[in-house]
Design a protein around this ligand. Structure first.
Ligand code: CTP
Length: 391
């Protein structure tokens, strides 16, 4: 691969020559780009010697170089920013291009980028930095670290740049995932089951968990077919294709059509188990003073159907929202529906389940594995689930 290593002004820049050396040793062609501040921490001579190429650091060094960010963008297959300061993260998140590296980063918008953030732990914790990190992640930029440990300012906390070996591992992991071009199916949200032309039976599912799962899968380089019931959520990612459906039967049709082409499926939708036996094509009128009986019939079980269709090599993941005998019920579903994993949340846990931004789950595998999460944001839970089922 042709890799560009972009260096910004942090003390961890001293580790970059080692990163470049490891990448070259692994068979990659490497060129370096640096900000002015980076040059306070690592020298041009060192970077040019380890990479074997001239350093790109000045947008206007000469006329030829004024479009070098475009030719470098064409040359590179991957851009790694290490260390990535709060400053470069903020610039990219806001579309600012005021020097050689930030200009290159914007030009690289259609190609893979890995960042290894490094900064003081209080800076890392700042809401602006966290918001910018989420924005970049949302665009598919992969983050390595930062790690917890001793920081240059003498304190201890989260902010250390990951070691060069960890960054190289991310490059290689990404290469494998991207090469496989895997497609995944995700179901999300509630289903609406029509009673008449203006009424339906629904539930409080927001779709947040399923959308976060689609995002987390896309961040690994997978293509995602996101089949969602009615929700106000939107998602925009080049690797995510959204199919909007209303009822369980529509979701069933979309999911069973997509599944044979997929490496796996995660079914997080809250599908209505029953629908009205009949749906009136007009608004039903009140009749007398009597109550009304609505006859319900069972909907197809999408998860169980995919379990029956599953071929060797496909991974199937279901959700179980339980109120009592949680583990026992979840284990039962895992076996009955031929799943590989079941993600269980208990309605007894505060902050877990419908509508909220957080979740707390236990992931059970048919291989006997059991992973428990603390109460985390649904985005973090999604990353944990994706890591567990793809590793
Ligand atoms: N599910 C599905 N199709 C259905 C019902 C559920 O695909 N018609 C999926 C959900 O997306 C979830 C899992 O099945 O991944 C568990 O749903 P749940 O309602 O908890 O399970 P049931 O089998 O309906 O069991 P029970 O109602 O007895 O708890």
């Amino acid at each position: 691969m042709n890799i560009i290593v972009g260096i910004t002004g942090g003390i961890a820049a001293y580790k970059v020559p080692e990163l470049v050396r490891l990448l070259v040793k692994a068979g990659h062609e490497v060129r370096c780009a640096a900000t002015e501040h980076a040059m306070e921490f690592v020298t041009r001579v060192t970077l040019e010697t380890v990479s074997g190429h001239p350093l790109y650091s000045d947008l206007f060094a000469n006329n030829e170089h004024s479009t070098q960010h475009i030719s470098l963008k064409d040359w590179g297959d991957l851009l790694i920013v290490a260390p990535a300061t709060a400053n470069i993260i903020g610039k990219v998140a806001n579309g600012i291009a005021d020097d050689a590296l930030s200009t290159l980063l914007l030009a690289f918008s259609q190609k893979p980028v890995i960042m290894a953030p490094a900064m003081n732990s209080l800076m890392w914790a700042h809401p602006a930095v966290q918001r910018n990190i989420e924005t970049l992640r949302g665009w598919g930029i992969r983050m390595v670290g930062p790690e917890k440990g001793e920081l240059a300012c003498g304190t201890d906390g989260i902010g250390r740049m990951s070691e060069p070996e960890a960054i190289v591992a991310e490059v290689e992991g990404g290469e494998r995932k991207a090469a496989s071009g895997e497609r995944w199916l995700v179901t999300a949200g509630p289903t609406y089951e029509r009673i008449d032309s203006v009424r339906f039976i629904g539930n409080y599912s927001s779709g947040k968990m399923g959308f976060a799962l689609a995002q987390a899968l896309a961040e690994t380089g997978a293509d995602v077919e996101l089949v969602t019931g009615p929700t106000h959520l939107n998602i925009s990612h080049p690797h995510i294709h959204v199919v909007r459906v209303e009822s369980a039967r529509e979701m069933y049709a979309a999911a069973t059509k997509a599944f044979p082409q997929c490496k796996g499926a995660i079914l997080s939708a809250a599908v209505a188990d029953y629908r009205p036996a009949e749906c009136a094509d007009h608004k039903l009128k009140k009749q007398g003073d009597e109550g009304m009986t609505l006859q319900l019939v069972q909907n197809p079980d999408i998860l169980a159907t995919l379990g029956g269709m599953k071929q060797e090599g496909q991974t199937l993941v279901g959700f179980a929202l339980e109120t009592d005998h949680e583990l026992e019920n979840a284990q039962g579903k895992l076996q009955r529906k031929h799943l590989d994993y079941i993600v269980m949340n208990s309605l007894r846990d505060k902050g877990a389940g419908f509508g909220v931004d957080t979740n707390k789950v236990t992931i059970l595998g048919t291989d006997g594995s059991r992973t428990e999460s603390p109460l985390m944001s649904k985005k973090e839970v999604a990353r944990l689930i994706v890591n567990t089922i793809t590793s």
